[in-house]
Design a protein around this ligand. Structure first.
Ligand code: GLY
Ligand code: MN
Ligand code: MN
Length: 485
């Protein structure tokens, strides 16, 4: 990649808008003058609002009602350095994207209190100035980073007044009255608000925005459907290249799924877990640098994140050569039965915990039946939680813009709460026998199985958004055989 012309003297290091052309090495006055003009007007007119504009407006109204009289500040966040002068791909804060539909780094949504609610304004970096050289001499200039929307274009797209973000910090520093900010995304904004915010007030807003996402609106359900459909195609891609993965490593699987995610969506929604053989017993195996061997299982836990930042979270455990061995099938079918019991418990009005309890019971029953828990009966095992040596994790979680969505929701409204239509959650039981677990027969060791689907709670039960991918062991085998030709 090209290097920016780096200012060398303190004078050159002044913010770009204060610099005069000609300070850069190798930039003649004539070149600087030439770069100011000769550019066509590319302003876009008559833009249609983004598809979610009416939903983001309703979400801002709900936020406004919750905190009357307070100034509410929701930053997108800044670029994060990867190394030296390179940055990670930017992903805005979930709260900002949820309330605006915008994904621009350094953007900030502000809700100013009024007599009867709030006025919302989005603060963004405007198009680069050609006069002062910003657009081609500054690393944030459009010549380097690509064309941005003008503030007028952003207003049309987002349905919000837009202003220059470079004026915001000073405005906020001078503002009076109570302020709440979503923390952890924009240090500059937080510094400007330092003496106006309290941790308690900010936490209340964070909790509200997390709980607001517990029940998905129609737009969100549509996006989660798209995420699951793309993810299913990504899993099919992986099955088609398992021979190439065998010749290389788990990375071939990771790369194959990533290709689908980047072509059809924004990204992967979390680090893909491409765990072959005993790696399947490591819950968050994301190194993905191991061998892929015929006769072993592949646990693939991966999800496409849509362009609007909704992610799927799906796991399939697949026999790499297309056929389960006897012991693999025995363990797989136990997990399948546990998942079936869990899915059946996903119904409106049910306690959130019911699907977890149902799945854990099935797994405990199998572990007892297989003689892995001595003489203990199932009730005692569940009471003591002894099945957890091999089940390891909770059976699911809310899903949405964050893979572990609504993480700041209060316990009473989440794990101690009740399922409602519009909630979306994963059901993902698993059994994991570590390679060095001397308490199980040798044939179990190194086998890990998880099956994970994304369930939408409906008026009368649930809908499996990731149900396009087969789950039953015989159906998995038939599906793989079909894809491999
Ligand atoms: N992929 C993380 C999870 O399943 O929760
Ligand atoms: Mn997962
Ligand atoms: Mn999950």
């Amino acid at each position: 990649m090209a290097e920016e012309l780096t200012p060398e003297t303190p004078e050159e290091q002044e913010p770009i808008k204060q610099r005069k052309n000609g300070l850069y090495p190798g930039v003649s006055d004539e070149l600087a003058e030439s770069m100011k003009s000769g550019w066509a007007d590319t302003e876009l007119h008559g833009l249609e609002p983004i598809a979610q504009a009416e939903y983001t407006a309703a979400r801002r109204t709900a936020l406004s009602r919750q905190f009357p009289g307070d100034r509410l500040v929701i930053p997108a966040g800044n670029l994060k350095t990867r190394s030296n002068d390179t940055e990670y791909n930017f992903r805005p804060s979930t709260e900002y994207a949820y309330l605006t539909g915008d994904h621009t780094n350094d953007g900030v949504l502000v809700l100013e209190p009024t007599a009867d609610g709030h006025d919302a304004t989005i603060y963004l970096l405007p198009r680069s100035d050609r006069e002062n050289g910003e657009f081609w001499l500054d690393g944030m200039g459009e010549l380097w980073t690509g064309r941005r929307h003008s503030l007028t274009e952003a207003e049309q797209l987002l349905g919000l007044p837009a202003k220059d973000v470079r004026e915001l910090a000073a405005q906020l520093a001078e503002a009076t009255g109570p302020v709440r900010v979503v923390r952890g995304h924009d240090a500059g904004i937080e510094t400007a608000l330092n003496d106006k915010v309290t941790a308690e007030r900010d936490e209340e807003m964070r909790v509200f925005l997390s709980e607001a996402r517990l029940v998905k609106d129609a737009f969100e359900v549509g996006e989660l459907e798209k995420a699951c459909a793309s993810t299913a195609r990504g899993f099919e891609d992986v099955v088609r290249v398992l021979d190439k993965a065998e010749a290389t490593s788990e990375r071939y699987i990771e790369g194959t799924f990533f290709l689908r995610a980047r072509v059809e969506g924004n990204d992967i929604g979390y680090g893909s877990i491409c765990a072959a053989g005993p790696h399947a017993t490591t819950l968050h195996w994301v190194r993905n640098d191991g061998a892929v061997r015929s006769g072993e299982l592949l646990l693939l836990d991966a999800g496409v994140e849509t362009h609007t930042l909704y992610t799927a979270d799906v796991t399939r455990t697949l026999p790499i050569n297309g056929r389960f061995t006897e012991i693999q099938r025995k363990i797989y079918d136990a997990v399948y039965d546990a998942q079936e019991a869990g899915i059946a418990a996903v119904t409106p009005g049910a306690p959130y915990r019911a699907f977890h309890d149902a799945a854990q019971r099935v797994l405990a029953e199998r572990l007892v039946a297989w003689g892995l828990l001595g003489d203990l009966d199932v009730e005692k095992v569940l009471e003591l939680g002894l099945q957890r040596r091999w089940t390891l994790h909770g059976t699911g979680h809310m899903l949405g813009m964050d893979v572990h969505d609504c993480a700041a929701a209060r316990t009473d409204n989440y794990v101690n709460g009740t399922l409602e239509p519009g909630m979306c959650l994963t059901v993902e039981p698993g059994l994991y026998f570590q390679a060095d677990d001397l308490t199980v027969p040798e044939e179990y060791r190194g086998i890990g199985v998880r099956i994970e689907d994304d369930l939408l709670v409906t008026e009368d039960g649930n809908r499996n958004l990731s149900g396009a991918l087969p789950r039953r062991s015989d159906e998995v085998e038939a599906w793989m055989a079909g894809l491999k030709g």
